[in-house]
Design a protein around this ligand. Structure first.
Ligand SMILES: CC(C)(COP(=O)(O)OP(=O)(O)OC[C@H]1O[C@@H](n2cnc3c(N)ncnc32)[C@H](O)[C@@H]1OP(=O)(O)O)[C@@H](O)C(=O)NCCC(=O)NCCS
Length: 176
């Protein structure tokens, strides 16, 4: 498996097409939407692409954002768009890509912790990778204004600081 980390702005047309194809197979257009899918989300700034030969098998999106925790500004890493081709699941691709994302966050001394949201059944999967539940309030922007995020579980990962387990986190923008 080959792992690439790239800024979205630097993706080639082939890489972008592979991303689109993976999204279409993981989230077929006619499938029932999963909770949270109806929300407007921020596009990733970087992506981790896991390849088996010419086939894109797994994808992780990354954002870095200055947010507030209980009114105090803090820089955090964000993980979203985690997906693996159905034919390539259970082989550790997403786990490896998520660990690569942690290394990326650790390279920036300003990043205090990381945050992702996921469906409840996936909490144990992320838990094995060190992610912990955030039980406070999460505020996010949506086209209609700022709203509490309640669609999914919120998990945090320590990077250069402890990850908060409580308090009010305002993402100061769209969720990811
Ligand atoms: C979740 C997903 C990214 C995992 O990718 P993967 O490359 O198979 O992941 P890995 O091989 O590293 O690890 C697989 C683990 O995910 C768990 N898992 C995957 N889907 C799961 C589900 N729906 N419910 C519970 N556990 C699930 C597997 O049981 C396995 O757990 P284990 O490590 O304890 O054995 C993949 O199943 C997927 O693309 N799902 C659809 C999109 C999605 O839900 N993305 C996550 C958004 S937060």
């Amino acid at each position: 498996m080959q792992l690439d980390l790239k800024a979205v702005a630097d993706l080639t047309a082939v890489e972008q097409a592979a991303r689109d194809a993976l999204t279409a197979v993981v989230y077929p257009p006619n499938a029932t939407p999963t909770p949270g899918e109806e929300l407007t989300s921020a596009a990733p700034q970087w992506v981790i692409l896991a390849w088996e030969g010419e086939q894109l098998v797994s994808h992780v999106g990354i954002v870095v954002r200055d947010v507030t925790l209980d009114g105090r500004e803090v820089r955090i890493g964000g993980i979203g768009s985690v997906k693996t081709h159905p034919a390539a699941r259970g082989r550790g691709h997403a786990g490896v890509a998520l660990r690569r994302a942690s290394v990326f966050f650790a390279a920036d001394p300003a990043i205090a912790f990381a945050l992702l949201v996921c469906l409840p059944p996936l909490v144990p999967f992320y838990g094995k990778l060190g992610w912990q539940p955030f039980d406070g309030a999460l505020l996010v922007e949506q086209p209609g204004g700022r709203v509490p995020f309640t669609a999914n579980e919120v998990l945090v990962l320590p990077v250069h600081d402890r990850a908060p387990r409580a308090g009010t986190l305002d993402l100061q923008g769209l969720p990811w």
